[in-house]
Ligand binder design. Structure first.
Ligand code: PLP
Length: 385
């Protein structure tokens, strides 16, 4: 009998985002493909993590996270969304929001259950669902506003539909779901008795005065909503792996048990660092993020326009989808490789965000970079004219 990979291995492959980064590193290019922020970690966050190591926070924590962090998350959530959360029973701290979502899928979805994903989607959402045995079904968002109709939601419902996923602000489109849209989704979710998984990791990256509305705050949504977020982006700590889910105790207990099984706990001293940041950093810190990133967004959008690569200007998050159809190539992958080889700027092929061929004319550019890096990337993009 030959040794073989499991049948499951086919479900999870190297992401196209990683592929493009590998090629970019090989060429020494500027990497606008990965969603990694180059920006500084807030000092208080770093200091508190160091202090925690020295102060003995080096063992396993409760599988739902340190009490200090759960309390800090509950307070922050109250302050910015108005939600009243019981830190004891309604929060599970996990290995990033990625870990939080995986545990939620394992706890709440059966093999074959269908979950509605808005498209363009974030690839990890799709793959996490598939890895958990669920089946993603797609509802297309129409540019430039990335809108959807009630009919498009109704058209994908089957007897197996168990959930819907909202990513607001969204990667890659930058869409910030409006109150009116969330009301419509809430009514839909109630009608079909669906779980609502939300990914709010970009909740503080908002432009042009847009407001983040936590879907769980829409009347009737609280019990069915699994709110997922994390600090990877807000505190520029993608490697720390701190995220969380917030939900009704009916669900959180089992989500916590899966978290225990897979990760045991999130890194203890880093939980303390994040707790300190959540307590100490005030509205100014978050407003500054939005201002700083809006400027970066505008800089890259202007350069893309000059290069005749029409950008869909994002309302939030830190990515821009742009129309690269004029670039030579038969697919988005070929077009992105052409851009990388011509000017040394890596982007993500639009095909990474669609289940069919609809992304072939698009590329995603990340603008979470230091100004001097972005400025050089913009000069190069403009030279593509
Ligand atoms: N969710 C979205 C929409 C993302 O874009 C990303 C990272 O790019 C993540 C989650 C990953 O978050 P974490 O580092 O908390 O796992």
């Amino acid at each position: 009998m030959a040794l073989n990979l499991s049948s499951r291995h086919e479900l999870v492959r190297q992401s196209e985002i990683r592929n493009m980064s590998v090629e970019c590193d090989r060429m020494g290019g500027i990497n606008l493909s990965q969603g990694i922020s180059d920006l500084a970690v807030p000092k208080c966050v770093m200091m508190a993590a160091q202090k925690a190591i020295e102060g003995g926070y080096n063992s396993y924590t409760h599988f739902s996270g340190l009490e200090e962090l759960r309390k800090a998350i509950a307070e922050k959530q109250k302050k910015y969304t108005g939600m009243d959360i019981d830190p004891e029973n309604e929060i599970v701290v996990s290995a990033g929001s990625t870990g939080a979502f995986y545990c939620a899928c394992l706890a709440l979805l059966n093999p074959g259950d269908e979950v509605i994903l808005f498209e363009p989607y974030y690839g990890y959402h799709k793959t996490t669902l598939v890895a958990a045995g669920a089946v993603p079904v797609y509802v297309r968002l129409s540019p430039p506003e990335w809108t959807f109709t009630d009919e498009s939601l109704e058209s994908v419902v089957s007897g197996k539909t168990r959930g819907i996923l909202i990513n607001t602000p969204a990667n890659p489109s930058g869409k910030v779901f409006s109150k009116e849209e969330l009301d419509r989704i809430a009514e839909f979710a109630s009608n079909y008795d669906l779980f609502v998984f939300t990914d709010e990791i970009y909740e503080h990256f908002l432009y042009d005065g847009k407001e983040h509305i936590a879907p769980a705050t829409i009347p009737g949504m609280r019990e069915r909503t699994i709110t997922i977020s994390g600090l990877s982006k807000t505190f520029s700590i993608t490697g720390w792996r701190i995220g969380y889910s917030i939900c009704d105790p009916k669900w959180s207990r089992s989500i916590g048990y899966f978290n225990d099984l897979i990760y045991v706990c999130a890194p203890s001293p880093l939980q303390m660092g994040v707790a300190k940041g959540l307590i100490d950093l005030d509205k100014d810190f978050y407003q500054h993020i939005s201002q700083q990133f809006q400027r970066k967004r505008d800089m890259v959008c202007n350069s893309l326009r000059e290069a005749n690569l029409n950008p869909f200007v994002p309302e939030g998050a830190y990515y821009i989808l742009a129309d690269i159809s004029r670039i030579p190539g038969k697919s988005s992958n070929e077009r992105c490789l052409y851009i990388l080889r011509e000017i040394g700027v890596a982007s993500v092929p639009g095909s990474a965000f669609y289940h069919d061929k609809s992304g072939e004319k698009l590329a995603r550019f990340c603008f979470a970079k230091e100004d001097y890096v972005l400025s050089e990337a913009c000069t190069r993009l403009k030279s593509l004219k």
